[in-house]
Design a protein around this ligand. Sequence first.
Ligand SMILES: *[C@@H]1O[C@H](CO)[C@@H](O)[C@H](O)[C@H]1NC(C)=O
Length: 279
Amino acid sequence: MVQILFNFITLFTLTLIFGHGNTVTHQDVCGELIHVDEAVVIDGPFHENCMMQFETQEDRILAFSVVDGNIIETRELFTIHDGISTESPILLAGNQKILEYSRKDLPATFYSTQSAAIVRFIKTPSAKMSLKIQKAVSCSLNVGPESQCGRVVDEISCYCANFNNKNHPDQTMFCIDNKMTLVSFENRTEEEFVQKTWSTQIPYWTSLTDTRRDGTWVWEGTMTILNPGDYTHWFPGRPSLANDNEEDCMLYGGNTFFGYWSDVNCITTLANAICEAHP
Ligand SMILES: *[C@@H]1O[C@H](CO)[C@@H](O)[C@H](O)[C@H]1NC(C)=O
């Protein structure tokens, strides 16, 4: 039994370390155009005048970081140009958006403002280095007068809190109007980052509802059915089990439910909201 448990823990740890299955590693790519599907790691070797073009999905942006290092400290080695025209400006640390609500411990990252960029080496690096380029969503400073946005979970997604009290359909539309969706908590980690950033003192709508069919809870943001075994964080006694009940939308927070989830009336309940956008 202990052995089985040990194997399980080892497997789990390995999955955490090597679990980013969609990262493609490239070498010897000077002069090439590289498509970034999700994430790409460029292992070098880099040399003076090495130039690479990157492009991703048209409505997404590129996030540049250095594996095992800080991209800001390596910036005398290369420049990143925002776009692939000859006039594309160089991305500078000072011109990058400062998102106050972002996690402070995320890897230092440079963001393009469009879906293509050029990296141009000025010097040959003296030590081995790897560049990481990821597809990301752009993140506004806010999405309205009473909102706050940030890279709250990771460096490629964006989350915004809306402090206007509205019912569930109106908050759903608020997120959609800003090219986002109401938040869907995939796991405890994601929920904890969001709750740490904006607290649980006031209630926030999420995308979880059983409006379409009582008893079948769907994260409408990701169109995923909540199956047995999936992550949940219901308040004791929730969701309400009565058939055809009127409590069809999930919110968390406030003095009754704290960080836990509760099902409440979608139309008559007014609450704040968390919107999210993933690449
Ligand atoms: C938790 O959810 C976040 C956000 O969707 C995701 O990026 C992360 O990989 C998930 N973590 C685990 C351990 O599944």
